[in-house]
Ligand binder design. Structure first.
Ligand SMILES: Nc1ncnc2c1ncn2[C@@H]1O[C@H](COP(=O)(O)OP(=O)(O)OP(=O)(O)O)[C@@H](O)[C@H]1O
Length: 605
């Protein structure tokens, strides 16, 4: 039996992956070029995208496919691909520019994804290479000292702000509450003040995030940060007025075109902004990041904010991690940069570094947002580092606000059941959509799995049965909904959360938050959606909830990783409950959410 047939028989390929292999086989018959290994590689390069990889790594097919088969030797596989007419290889004279596959080293891409990666690297380099005209920084020094009174080598927020004045491309990374939004607000204020002091118009600034919820959170934090600066002596209120107070989704920023993967803004029609700030950048996938950087005009700034320890984007790519890897830790700065920043920061550690992105990243380290009631930082840190013993000890010994339900595999039975249901019942008694949407953010059951008894689907069903009865109307009053696809027509996006309310006549309306208040839709007209009392950690990225219940599966599963646990626990604002066994915690923390990508090396070379 051929390898392709064996994979099919084991159900390891999606119909779309198989169809690609089949069409190559059909075409190949005419030219005698249907090597089974080439067909399998094509199917897996396609399947790799669905698993979040940019392509297939020939020595690690197991990352894409669980099937019990004997995989070809990587070197022989590469040889077979190199002579195939379906595979272009930029390393040699590329004789088949239209080939559907591209081989670079041991990475086999679908052509389109290789193009996304190549173009993304090209444009990131373009933005990084353009130096904004910072003028004389000493003119800004008084304001800088007001904003960052402790500026110096160890104040990473000050360093990020100072770098932002001199760099067109900047990455500010850090865990929850490390002050990314606070810092960026100050950066934007500096840019506005700089323009005002130089007699120029205020810069045009866009704020964006990958999901509607993340955009709202970003705007909320920014408004709070602006409010706290307004009355500070030395800060002109007019500068605060010039700062943006709302944020949009990346899709809306770029301008969707109905039924097209393209956007209104692209390299030919760049965004009309001088600075574009993107929050939750770890969630942005390869195609979207590529389209974003292409649309950033020459001379404009791009500032990416994110937490690289979180789960990578659901779709292909591990873009933030690749860019941060290429940029290095950012502890020491290239000497010319360190010298230029001296008026603001004093003397800084220097290191000669020839890489393109050196001096374009700052990692914020100190957490500021610890609610008194929730002592999350030590646990998040142990999870991030994959230290299972420490994480288990912390969970068992008790941290404020953290509750470990060891070996509990079903929080919807036993003592916790009523606690969980009570909070959702509370939202069923609300009549005002805005109140109900606020209440919707209070408690969430997060799970690692989509399918099975511990999957989000089955848990939701049980919660809905308990809240509204088995004979319930599908759109009962108080039901939480999660949108699972992007619909530009509705302005609703994958990950948006809504709540159903019945009006006085009993007609159900699904309400969602929008930039100008709540928006209502008839449930029948909604894009694809599902229940949202329980949801996967993946879908919860970019959101926070007062109370999070994190449920890990009874047995280890491939989807578990330290990034998943870290992302899950850091969704909690006030209270965290973890239901897990020690064995599964250990297994999960031993695994990284690995993504195959060539982006970091493209940015480093
Ligand atoms: N240097 C600082 N000194 C005191 N408080 C700070 C400082 N930086 C940030 N904070 C406070 O910490 C809290 C979190 O800051 P901020 O929202 O900027 O963090 P963040 O990294 O953007 O968080 P998230 O990852 O959740 O988006 C805010 O209440 C902010 O006022």
């Amino acid at each position: 039996m051929s390898l392709l047939d064996a994979l099919l028989r084991q159900g390891a390929l999606r119909p779309v992956d198989h169809a690609l292999a089949q069409s190559l086989r059909r075409l190949g018959r005419e030219v005698d070029d249907a090597d089974d290994r080439v067909l399998v590689a094509a199917a897996l390069a396609s399947s790799a995208i669905a698993h979040g990889h940019a392509g297939l790594h020939l020595s690690r097919p197991q990352l894409v496919c669980d099937a019990q088969v004997e995989w070809p030797d990587a070197a022989q596989w590469r040889d077979a691909l190199e002579v195939s007419r379906w595979v272009a290889s930029p390393a040699r004279d590329d004789a088949s520019p239209q080939a559907p596959l591209v081989l670079e080293g041991d990475l086999l891409y679908l052509r389109r994804y290789r193009e996304y990666e190549r173009r993304l690297a090209l444009h990131l380099r373009r933005i990084a290479a353009s130096s904004p005209d910072a003028g004389d920084l000493s003119g800004l020094a008084p304001l800088f000292a007001v904003l960052f009174p402790n500026a110096g080598d160890s104040d990473r927020q000050a360093r990020a702000a100072a770098l932002a004045l001199l760099r067109s491309l900047l990455l500010v990374t850090g865990g929850p509450g490390t002050g990314k939004t606070t810092t960026i607000t100050r950066v934007l204020l500096l840019l506005v003040a700089q323009a005002a002091l130089g007699g120029r118009p205020a810069p045009r600034i866009a704020l964006a995030a990958p999901t509607g919820r993340a955009a709202e959170r970003m705007a909320e934090s920014l408004r709070a940060a602006i409010a706290s600066l307004r009355d500070v002596p030395g800060i002109d209120a007019a500068w605060c007025d010039a700062l943006p107070s709302s944020a949009s989704t990346l899709h809306r920023l770029l301008g969707t075109i109905p039924d097209s993967p393209r956007f209104r803004h692209d390299a030919d029609h760049p965004l009309p902004y001088d600075a574009v700030v993107v929050d939750e950048a770890s969630m942005v996938d390869l195609p979207l990041m590529c389209k974003l950087v292409e649309a950033v005009p020459d001379g404009a700034r791009l500032i990416l904010l994110g937490d690289r320890d979180q789960l990578p984007s659901v779709e292909a790519g591990d873009v933030l991690a690749a860019i941060t890897d290429a940029a290095g830790e950012g502890d020491a700065l290239p000497p010319d940069l360190a010298r230029a920043l001296k008026p603001l920061l004093g003397a800084l550690p220097e290191r000669e570094d020839g890489s393109v992105l050196a001096g374009h990243r700052v990692q914020l380290q100190r957490g500021y947002r610890q609610a008194q009631s929730l002592e999350l930082a030590p646990l998040a840190d142990a999870l991030r580092r994959g230290d299972a013993d420490r994480a288990t000890t912390l969970l068992r010994d008790g941290l404020a606000g953290v509750h470990f339900h060891e070996d509990v595999s079903d929080p919807l039975s036993g003592a916790s059941r009523e606690t969980l249901l009570a909070s959702w019942r509370a939202s069923m008694s609300l009549q005002d959509p805005a109140d109900a949407l606020r209440q919707a953010q209070t408690v969430r059951l997060l799970t690692a799995l989509r399918e099975g008894a511990q999957g989000a689907g089955a848990l939701n069903q049980r919660i809905e049965d308990a809240l509204a009865g088995v004979q319930r109307d599908p759109y009962f009053h108080g039901r939480l909904l999660l949108v699972t696809e992007n619909s530009y027509r509705h302005g609703l996006f994958n990950g948006d959360i809504g709540v159903v309310q019945r009006d006085a006549a009993g007609v159900p309306v699904a309400w969602f938050a929008g930039s100008d208040g709540v928006r209502g839709f008839h449930p029948a007209s909604l894009p694809a959606h599902t229940g949202a009392f329980a949801m996967t950690v993946h879908k919860a990225q970019g959101s926070e909830f007062d109370t999070v219940w994190l449920l890990l599966p009874k047995q280890d599963a491939r989807t578990l990783s330290r990034e998943l646990l870290y992302t899950g626990v850091t969704r909690a604002r006030r209270e965290l409950h973890v239901c897990a066994s020690e064995a599964v915690l250990h297994a999960a923390l031993a695994r990284h959410a690995q993504r195959v990508s060539g982006l970091a090396s493209r940015l480093r070379d």
